[in-house]
Design a protein around this ligand. Structure first.
Ligand SMILES: O=P(O)(O)OP(=O)(O)OP(=O)(O)OC[C@H]1O[C@@H](n2cnc3c(O)ncnc32)[C@H](O)[C@@H]1O
Ligand SMILES: [Mg+2]
Length: 171
């Protein structure tokens, strides 16, 4: 089975490879820089979900794969707080698209303020941690959960939800 991945971010690709390899012995992977066709910093569940769908569909079109994955991070305001939200999609050759959402976690107000000013979470996290490429490593979730859950583990749960739906559909 050929599986296409719509990102080169290693926190996301590791999540897809780890979970797919658990359920399919014969999987091979192709990676693409897929366009999400939404803002660099999605600002709602709806936009984040659409980004995941667009990545999955655009990736399938670029590849000769049987199925493709799109994963997208964004933020959503609930009450007076901002949460990081995470969505994923699988696209199949027959046009089927499966979606699932994952963990949401609170962003500290000083981070939320910078995002409301129009900044992107990726660079804001690098400024905050004084590290490089937080988004490809522990991620904001790793930083703000004291390392208990990193970005790969967070996306693994979404990938598991997606593969479970795929297995249910094809059983
Ligand atoms: O290469 P891609 O697949 O685009 O991976 P990305 O890290 O940019 O991830 P997204 O586009 O899905 O995320 C949208 C924005 O939010 C940032 N972001 C999302 N989750 C993050 C996290 O856990 N840590 C740091 N930045 C994050 C990210 O850098 C983008 O600016
Ligand atoms: Mg991005």
């Amino acid at each position: 089975m050929i599986v296409a991945i719509g990102t080169k971010n290693k926190a996301k690709t590791a999540a897809i490879q780890n979970v797919v390899n658990r359920y399919f012995e014969d999987a091979s992977f192709e990676q693409f820089d897929a366009r999400s066709n939404v803002s660099e910093q999605p600002f709602s569940h709806e936009e984040t979900r659409q980004g995941a769908i667009n990545r999955a569909v655009n990736t399938l079109q670029m590849s000769g794969a049987d199925l493709s994955f799109g994963l997208e991070g964004g933020v959503q305001e609930v009450g007076d707080s901002m949460y990081c939200c995470n969505w994923g999609a699988i696209a199949l050759k027959d046009g089927t698209v499966l979606t699932a959402a994952g963990a949401q976690f609170l962003l500290p107000e000083e981070i939320a303020e910078k995002l409301r000013e129009g900044k992107e979470l990726g660079p804001v996290m690098d400024d905050y941690t004084k590290q490089h490429d937080t988004r490809s490593n522990a991620g904001a979730v790793g930083v703000f959960t004291a390392g208990l859950i990193d970005r790969t583990e967070m996306f693994e749960h979404i990938v598991k939800l997606l593969i479970g739906q795929y297995l249910f559909l094809t059983k």
